[in-house]
Design a protein around this ligand. Sequence first.
Ligand SMILES: NC(=O)c1ccc[n+]([C@@H]2O[C@H](COP(=O)([O-])OP(=O)(O)OC[C@H]3O[C@@H](n4cnc5c(N)ncnc54)[C@H](OP(=O)(O)O)[C@@H]3O)[C@@H](O)[C@H]2O)c1
Length: 219
Amino acid sequence: MKIALLGGTGDIAEGLVLRWSKVGHKIFIGSRSDEKAKGIASEYRDTLSKLGLNSSIEGMINAEAALAAEVVIISLPFEHATSTIRQIQSSFTNQIVISPVVPMVKKGKVFVYSPPSQGSAALEIKEALPNTVKLVSAYHNLPAKELRKIDHVLEYDVVICGDDEEAKAVVKRLTEEMPNLRALDAGSLEASMMIEAITPLLINLNMRYKPQEFSVKFV
Ligand SMILES: NC(=O)c1ccc[n+]([C@@H]2O[C@H](COP(=O)([O-])OP(=O)(O)OC[C@H]3O[C@@H](n4cnc5c(N)ncnc54)[C@H](OP(=O)(O)O)[C@@H]3O)[C@@H](O)[C@H]2O)c1
């Protein structure tokens, strides 16, 4: 598939780009800076080439990346997600959009979930997108540090939610192409707040139990 990552130069994007490239997807890394995106794309192509793998990874500005793709990942900090989406509105048509976005703040020594008035990052993002796109919430609980080690098998569950069954089926397939992730459907987009809220808990645990990188697995 053609997959774009807005803010694709950042932490969570790296592992997704490398792992999806490995299985043959065409990747568009988006950025505010065309030069930065092209530089990172070239680094990731080199990484895969050293492993003897061909890849199709291109860098470009966010608006061009979203326009070129069938699936768009909002791999942006919560504070800049909806403003970026609004700036590139005309690039969205009928794509599947995936939000891994987690709104959180530090209170004293711990991170806590800090959702917007809509109830979750996903519901705020939905308002900013044209209603022709299909939004799926996923990947909030995946640690970027483990995801980027592309030879590591990830024994985690990825809880997804959204209002479009076909879009969720596509996201389930994309997720399970990354060994050994298992996608679990938690229902409509309204459920996103519960998935997003686990992330600050995981980060607090990771800080206490370094170098452990916790994620979630339902048994
Ligand atoms: N990191 C994780 O382990 C992890 C795990 C699960 C979910 N998430 C979620 O995934 C999202 C991305 O996280 P991340 O850790 O990858 O973030 P990040 O590395 O801090 O930032 C991602 C990209 O956002 C862009 N960006 C930064 N400031 C911006 C601004 N003012 N306006 C527009 N774009 C801006 C930058 O791209 P350019 O400079 O190239 O434009 C940057 O490379 C977050 O919502 C986070 O909650 C992260």
